[in-house]
Design a protein around this ligand. Sequence first.
Ligand SMILES: *Cc1c(COP(=O)(O)O)cnc(C)c1O
Length: 298
Amino acid sequence: MNQELNGSIFKEKGIRAFIKREDLIFPEIQGNKWRKLKYNLAFARENGFEQVLSFGGAYSNHIVALAAAGKKYGLETIGFIRGEEHLELNPSLKKAMQNGMYLKYISREAYRSYTQNNKWDAVREEYPNAYIIPEGGTNSLAIKGCTEILEPDEKSEFDYFTCPVGTGGTVAGLIASLEGKKSVLGFPALKGNFLQGDISSILKKEDANYTNFDLIGEYHFGGYARYSEELISFINDFYGTYNIPLDPIYTGKMMYGLMDMIRNNYFPEGSSILAIHTGGLQGIAGFNKRHGTQLREE
Ligand SMILES: *Cc1c(COP(=O)(O)O)cnc(C)c1O
C-alpha cells in the first residue's frame, strides 16, 4: 500500500512523495526482513533442513523476524545473540523466544569471528542440520526477495526510490530490480564510508552492476542506534501529521533525511518519490526501555 504524504511542503516544492508501507505486510515479520527471509526459508524447507540459524544483536529486527517466520514455516530457529543474557529479556528477545527461537548467547569476540567473514565451520559442527543465514539476513536469496519490493507500475511511475541502509542488501535488491533506470537513494543507519563498496560488491555478485544510486551519509545521527531528541520529536510529529509510525534506527532517519533534502531543494520540481518503509517497528518498545524515550509503541 502506498500512502501519499500531503503536507504543504510538497505542494510548495512541486513534488509528490509516497511511502510504501512494507511495515504492514506482516506485523511480526516486517518489511524488508520478510523479503530477505522468504526465499531463504523456502530453500531451507525444500532442502530438508529442520533448523534455521542466524546471528544478531539483542534488539535485532532480523532475529525477531526469523523467529516469527520460522514458526510460520514450521522450521526450528536458533539465534546466536551477541553478548550476555540479561534478565528480564528485552521485548525483542522475549518475542523471539515466545515464537520458539532457541537463544544462544555468545561473546562479542565469538560473534565477530562468526560474522565478520561468515566463518561458520564451528557453528556447522555444532548444528549440522541447520541452514545458516548471515547477520542481518543478507545473502543472494535475500537480494532476490528484495527485487520483489517494487511493482512494475511503481518502477515506471516514480523518479526516486529511497530506502534505509544497514548491510545494503535491501537497497541492492531495489537497485537490481530497477535495471539501471531511475534513481535510488540509500540512507545509511551506520557511520562510515564502507557501504558504497559493500553495495557495489553485492551488485557485482548478482550480475547487476548498476550505478544509478547514491548514499546519503548525513543522517545517521552519530551511528547505528544513536539518536538525538530532535530525531525522536521528528518521529512523533511525523506520526501526528501522517499517521505513519517510524522506527528510530532506520525509517525515522531516512524520513528525517528525506524531508530535510526536500526542504533544501535536492529534488527538481515535478519529481515523484517513493520512500520504502522497511518496517523495524518491533524495536521501538526496547528502544524506549533502554533510552527512556517516548516513542509511540506498536
Ligand atoms: C534491517 C533493516 C534495514 C536494513 O536493511 P539492509 O538490507 O541490511 O540494508 C532497514 N530498515 C529496517 C527497518 C530494518 O530492520
